[in-house]
Design a protein around this ligand. Structure first.
Ligand SMILES: Nc1nc2c(c(=O)[nH]1)N(C=O)[C@@H](CNc1ccc(C(=O)N[C@@H](CCC(=O)O)C(=O)O)cc1)CN2
Ligand SMILES: Nc1ncnc2c1ncn2[C@@H]1O[C@H](COP(=O)(O)OP(=O)(O)OP(=O)(O)O)[C@@H](O)[C@H]1O
Length: 306
């Protein structure tokens, strides 16, 4: 609570909150909607754009509490919608076809093909997250082949929760067997590998990560992302972005994976200044580039990282 008060909070909503309304319908991403993303301002102006539109300044704890309550409401609505995707009830989402479609879109994306080092989540089926197992095995199994950018071996870092104070590390793994289930039943790496060596922490790595594949509960087409309430990802990403800036590295592309039912109308997801917007969203309907960085890296050709 005290941490909430300390935050210089800004309500980044461009419309009044619609949280009290019933479940928002999933947004259908028609081609005209998709095209509107091509007119998005560059990512560097993304935060500014939101701030400029922000006409409600929330610098007191009461307003912050309201935002957290609203976040809770959205979370519980989305959890319910995800639960309704149980095999007997769900139409086509949540099944292997949809999970395959999302992962295939990622595997085919230029920003994925050209990535050399990435952080990705280990999906948890109990949380109804978009599956990442195919992606992870492709990354880990892909043999190194000199000269072929697409086939170049990628380095993978995955999350490990260290404590309940939003502290998460991203540790290097080379095999799926490097993972064990934690108390939340999410697979994560033990800090020491089979040879007794400390796993590399991405914050200590000498080279930049170019891609983050992010989980979340709800998203919108402006790049807003609502997590599960731990603050782990927002805190981690902010720290990594600061590190990249200090080292003069290109910022990693932030890409979230989502079922369509998790994509909200604009104005539904309340955010504070701690919430880091994503650059792109992938659902079975397609890749939605949001920032100029996502558009730039959607072009075919090797991605140059510094
Ligand atoms: N696959 C995956 N790994 C991850 C995350 C994630 O969201 N997904 N995290 C992202 O932060 C971190 C772990 N944080 C987590 C936070 C909450 C819950 C969870 O089980 N939440 C329940 C509600 C629990 C409650 O309200 O008491 C849920 O969302 O249904 C799991 C992981 C790091 N690793
Ligand atoms: N960069 C940060 N520094 C410090 N505290 C933070 C930061 N980001 C989030 N928090 C704190 O984490 C808690 C959860 O925040 P929030 O509800 O935005 O998380 P979330 O977006 O659902 O989670 P996540 O980022 O793990 O996906 C809040 O108390 C928030 O103040």
């Amino acid at each position: 609570m005290r941490r909430h008060v300390r935050e210089l909070v800004v309500a980044l909503m461009t419309k009044p909150l619609l949280c009290a309304s019933p479940s928002p319908p999933p947004i259908s991403l028609s081609s005209s909607n998709s095209l509107s993303f091509l007119r998005r301002p560059p990512s560097s102006s993304f935060a500014t754009m939101i701030n400029d539109n922000n006409n409600i300044k929330n610098d007191n704890s009461q307003e912050l509490e309201t935002i957290f309550k609203q976040k809770k409401l959205v979370r519980s609505r989305v959890r319910k919608a995800l639960k309704a995707m149980e095999p007997s009830l769900r139409s086509h989402e949540g099944n292997p076809i949809i999970n395959n479609a999302v992962q295939n879109l990622v595997l085919g994306a230029p920003w994925f093909k050209s990535s050399q080092r990435l952080c990705a989540y280990i999906s948890c089926s109990a949380l109804r997250e978009v599956d990442t197992s195919k992606l992870l095995s492709q990354i880990l199994e892909n043999p190194a082949q000199d000269g072929n950018v697409e086939m170049r071996k990628k380095k993978l870092y995955v999350p490990r929760v260290e404590d309940k104070n939003s502290h998460m590390r991203m540790l290097h793994i080379s095999r799926i067997d490097d993972l064990v289930a934690n108390s939340m039943d999410i697979l994560e790496p033990v800090p020491v590998d089979g040879d007794g060596n400390e796993r590399e922490d991405v914050m200590q790595a000498n080279e930049p990560v170019d891609l983050f594949l992010l989980p979340g509960l709800a998203f919108d087409r402006m790049g807003r992302r609502l997590g599960r309430g731990g603050g782990y990802y927002d805190t981690f990403i902010k720290n990594y972005q600061e590190l990249a800036k200090a080292r003069n590295w290109e910022q990693p592309l932030l890409v979230a994976l989502s079922y369509s039912t998790q994509i909200m109308d604009e104005g539904v997801i309340p955010v504070t200044q701690n919430d880091v917007p994503v650059d792109a969203l992938v659902s079975s309907t397609g890749v939605i580039p949001i920032s100029s960085a996502a558009l730039d890296r959607s072009e075919i050709g090797p991605h140059k990282s510094t």
